[in-house]
Structures are given as structure tokens and as C-alpha cells.
Design a protein around this ligand. Structure first.
Ligand code: GLP
Length: 241
């Protein structure tokens, strides 16, 4: 695992943008693993700018997102499909037919998990997987005590994750309690992994990820076993290292 500590969130986003641009220049038809949450937003803004300036192209890229809420269709404003369209896909030259997010409205969520995992394998696997980290150390929606060998499946969210993500939902709005998430095993199969974390609220999770024992108690600690994982944090997120 390579750890990169930078001054602030802007520098983290700049680093991540350069990393993605280098990947796409080296391999224009990359299979990207993408993430939601606030952590990747500044990166996505930079990638949109780079794409619009003609510095990088997504026209041959395929993408697979990590996760989706169960009970929300892709056109729901709180769905991760909607998030990705709004924050990235609608503004770049990617072929939307090659962007994949699990279907949170599938009649049979377990079957959807099997289908999604197979689709990733059939595409040839992820070249570069982007990750954020939950305050409890989750990656994707692999909550603490997830199997480190897990594949795409349904997970019930912990109370702390539901609380942390409640900031995106109105008080009287339905907030899902379950999600489809690619597994820790799925994530570890990616050729490269780039995890971004900024701010003091992530400091404990970052410590577990980087310095803690490899343990299902901190799912992100599984990245210690990955040959090409890069953890990029700002000084606040690194404050407990
Ligand atoms: C969500 C997502 C994760 C994300 C995490 C942190 O629960 N499923 O993929 O990394 O929360 O989100 P944020 O970046 O907003 O702190």
C-alpha cells in the first residue's frame, strides 16, 4: 500500500485527477470502478474540465459503480445512478451504455448481484478502482464485519452509515436501509485501487485502513493486501497516523 499525504482536499483531488488522466492516456479503453459520496466530487469536477478541454477522453471507457441503494430506481434523485449522471456522466464524452450501476429497483436484488458481478468479470475486471471510505471504515457499502472475500451482494447498512448518509435525504423522505454493493473480494481484484479521504471525520477510519490489523472490523484494511493500492489523504484525515 502506498500512502500519500497532501496538504488539503484540493491537493487530493488534483493528485487523483492526474492519476486518472495518466491511466486513461495509457489505456483509453480502461474499465474504471467508480464511487459516490462527497469524496470523489472534486475529482469528477476536474475530470469534466480535463475532458471538456480535450485533455482526456472517456469515449472508450467502461465503468462500474460500487453500489446502489435498494428501493431506488435509477431516475430517483437520491439514487447513485442519478448521482453519477449528474456529477460526471452527463458532462463527459462517455458512452452511457457502457456505464454500469447496480439496479436498486431490480425485482430480485440477489439475482441482480449475481448478474452485476458476472458483468464485471465478463468485461475483463476493473483496471482502476476509485474508493472513498466511510467513517466506520466501510468501502463501497461493505460494512464492518463484511467478509474480506465477499463478492457483489445485498448488505444491510449500519445505523452509523444510515445516519452519516441522512444528510442527503429530507427529513420526511424514504431513506433506504439496504444496498447492493460489490464485495471486498471484487474490489481487491481490481488491478489498481485509489482511495481518497479528506477531513478529520475520516482520521480514525484512515488509521484503521493504513495502520490497523487487516480485519473485517475495518473493511478498508483489506487494501493492505493489495499490490497496487494508493491511499491519498489530506493532513486532517492523516492526523491520527
Ligand atoms: C457511502 C458510499 C461509499 C462512500 C462513503 C463515504 O456510504 N457507499 O462509497 O465512500 O459513503 O462517503 P463520503 O465521501 O460522502 O464521506
Amino acid at each position: 500500500m502506498r500512502l500519500v499525504i497532501l496538504e488539503n482536499a484540493e491537493a487530493v483531488a488534483d493528485f487523483a485527477c492526474d492519476y486518472f488522466v495518466d491511466q486513461l492516456k495509457a489505456q483509453p479503453n480502461s474499465i474504471l470502478g467508480l464511487a459516490t459520496g462527497s469524496s470523489p466530487v472534486a475529482l469528477y469536477q476536474r475530470l469534466i474540465g480535463a475532458n471538456q478541454r480535450g485533455e482526456v477522453s472517456f469515449k472508450d471507457v467502461t465503468s462500474f459503480n460500487l453500489d446502489e441503494y435498494i428501493g431506488l430506481a435509477g431516475d430517483h434523485a437520491q439514487s447513485y445512478r442519478h448521482f453519477m449522471n449528474e456529477k460526471l456522466f452527463d458532462h463527459i464524452d462517455i458512452d452511457k451504455a457502457r456505464t454500469h450501476v447496480p439496479d436498486g429497483a431490480a425485482a430480485d436484488p440477489n439475482a441482480e448481484c449475481v448478474r452485476y458481478e458476472k458483468e464485471i468479470q465478463a468485461a475483463g475486471g476493473i483496471d482502476l478502482q476509485l474508493l472513498g471510505i466511510g467513517v466506520n471504515g466501510h468501502i463501497g457499502f461493505n460494512e464492518p464485519l463484511s467478509s474480506l472475500a465477499s463478492r457483489t451482494r445485498v448488505k444491510t447498512l449500519t445505523k452509523s452509515t444510515i445516519k452519516a448518509n441522512s444528510r442527503y435525504f429530507d427529513a420526511d423522505e424514504f431513506q433506504p436501509t439496504d444496498a447492493i454493493t460489490t464485495g471486498i473480494g471484487t474490489i481487491l481484484d481490481a488491478k489498481e485501487v485509489l482511495l481518497l479521504a479528506t477531513g478529520a471525520t475520516k482520521a480514525e477510519a484512515v488509521r484503521g485502513c493504513v495502520e490497523g490489523p487487516v480485519s473485517a472490523a475495518c473493511p478498508a484494511s483489506a487494501l493492505q493486501m493489495h499490490q497496487h493500492a494508493v491511499v491519498v489523504v489530506d493532513e486532517e484525515a492523516a492526523s491520527l497516523l
